[in-house]
Every structure is written in C-alpha cells, then in structure tokens.
Design a protein around this ligand. Structure first.
Ligand code: SAH
Length: 266
C-alpha cells in the first residue's frame, strides 16, 4: 500500500528534496534526550530524519487517511508517536511534562494560529524551525522600518529571536505550490515584561489599522483622544508627531503601551 493523492483541503505539499529535509532537521539541533513536536507529518520525510536522532517524537497529522501508512512505516520506532490530531488543539502537557522543540512545514492557513500556539506555550519551547510561505516568513522575521513590519512580527519577536534561514523553491515539493517557501528559526529570548498582554496587543493592532496613516490618527479616534493629546504622549516618549506604526520598534510600542495605560488613555 502507498499514500493516496495529496489533498488540497489540508494544503498538502510534501517536501521531496532529501537534502533540504536534512538541512531543516539539522537546524533543530536535536539531542536524544529531547521531546520533539512535529506539525503535520505528511508522508514523514522530516519524521524519518527526526526518528534517527533517538529523541521522543510526537508527530501530529490531521489527515486520518495518512495515518495507517505512517504507522506501518514507523513500526519498530518506539520513540516515534504518530498522532491523528489537529495540532492547533494540542495541549503539550498531555504528551510531555518538560520542554520541547517544534518543527513543521506548515500550510498558509494555519501559520498565524501556529504562532499563537507558540506564543501561549513559549515557556516550553526551546527552539522551533518552521517552514512557511515566504511572504509570511518575511513578515514574521522583518524589522522595524520595513514594509513587512506588522503586529505578527511584533508579537513573535517579543518572545523569540526569529531568523530567516533559507528559501525553498516550489520544485522541492510535490505537488509544487504556487509560491516560494522559507524556513524560519525561532530561539527563545528573554521576554519583555508586559503586564497586560491584551492591552499591548490592542494598542499594537490599532496602531497598524491603516498602515499609511500617522500613528496619532490610528490611535486617537478609538481612544477618544484629541490629536493634540496624542501628540503630547508621543513627545513624552521622544517620538515625532509624524511617526508611523511601521517605524516603531518593540521597545517604542512597549513604552507607548505603558504611557497610554498609566494615563488611562485607552
Ligand atoms: N511535514 C511534511 C508535510 C508537509 S504538508 C513534509 O514536509 O512533507 C503539511 C501537512 O500538514 C499535511 O500533511 C497536512 O495534512 C497537515 N496538516 C494541515 N493542517 C494540520 C493541522 N491543523 N494539524 C496537523 N496537521 C495538519
């Protein structure tokens, strides 16, 4: 028996280039005493390489029609568990009490939710290697001042150092996707002290509502503030009245968030 045709419904584009698979897995720097979570087993090209490391592998695959063949292929690998579950619903504590490393070639439609999963489970994550559409990878790993700098970049980079490591062309996948992919390396960083994450998230999102507009315009209206008040807040932070969200660093957002919160301005 062999695998069925790839399914569009689950955005299945299977990696077929062994060299690239090797390079991706190497980035995870797996040791045999670690627990590895894989998002989307697919046909198991990464799983096989992970299995060779001797670590505990928990590989989650949503498509139940792949499971039988995968289970057969990994028979004899006691430390590899293929689990038929939606990764987004996984509570890591149900599988391992300690820390974990995360790896996955993930479809476009689950990229943001996977990042949210990573942020909520950040204390358990020692390292992550995520391959996604290049456009999203660029957004996640971008820096202030770039047109890609966005709430997604800020929220991830509050908790992880993110590096774009390599590009992968469509021909390395079957079927080839329409776009280029890229692999990101996430390393935990010392987190910022953010007392009220929901407030911070709200301020960042609002700041970017209309990216071309000045920050004062995006923020003053929903907060019921006059432009003058808002400009005063900015000047207290040493920021020009003409500043735009895409020019602001994470530190700038943190100070802005604190200032607005302390002054009860939002
Ligand atoms: N890692 C494999 C598969 C990549 S394709 C490889 O590199 O070849 C992405 C895989 O993720 C598919 O097998 C798809 O069925 C699976 N998938 C999609 N959404 C998922 C989800 N929410 N949870 C778990 N697996 C998912």
């Amino acid at each position: 028996m062999s695998f069925q045709k790839p399914k569009k419904r689950f955005s299945q584009n299977f990696l077929i280039d062994e060299n690239i698979a090797g390079a991706i897995v190497e980035l995870l720097e797996v040791c045999s005493d670690e627990s590895i979570f894989e998002i989307g087993t697919g046909r198991g090209i990464l799983t096989r390489l992970l299995a060779a490391s001797g670590a505990d592998i928990y590989s989650f695959e949503i498509d139940r029609t792949l499971i039988e063949e995968l289970t057969r292929n990994f028979r004899g690998f006691d430390r590899v568990k293929i689990i038929n579950q939606d990764f987004l619903k996984v509570n890591p504590d149900d599988y391992c009490p300690g820390n974990l490393k995360l790896i996955g070639n993930i479809p476009y439609d689950i990229t943001s939710p996977v990042l949210e999963w990573m942020i909520s489970n950040r204390r358990k994550i020692n390292r992550a290697v995520i391959t996604a559409q290049e456009e999203l990878a660029d957004r996640i790993s971008s820096q202030p001042g770039s047109k890609n700098w966005a709430p997604l970049s800020i929220f991830c980079q509050c908790h992880f150092n993110v590096k774009k490591v390599m590009k992968i062309g469509p021909k390395s996948f079957y079927p080839p996707p329409k776009v280029t992919s890229a692999t990101l390396l996430f390393e935990p960083r010392k987190g910022y002290a953010i007392e009220d994450w929901n407030h911070f998230e709200k301020i960042v999102r609002r700041s970017f509502t209309q990216r071309r507009k000045l920050l004062t315009n995006n923020l003053s209206e929903p907060a019921g503030l006059s432009r003058t008040d808002m400009e005063m807040v900015l000047s207290r932070l040493g920021l020009p009245p003409t500043v735009r969200a895409e020019q602001m660093s994470i530190e700038d957002f943190l100070r802005l968030d604190r200032e607005l919160k302390n002054a009860n301005l939002s």
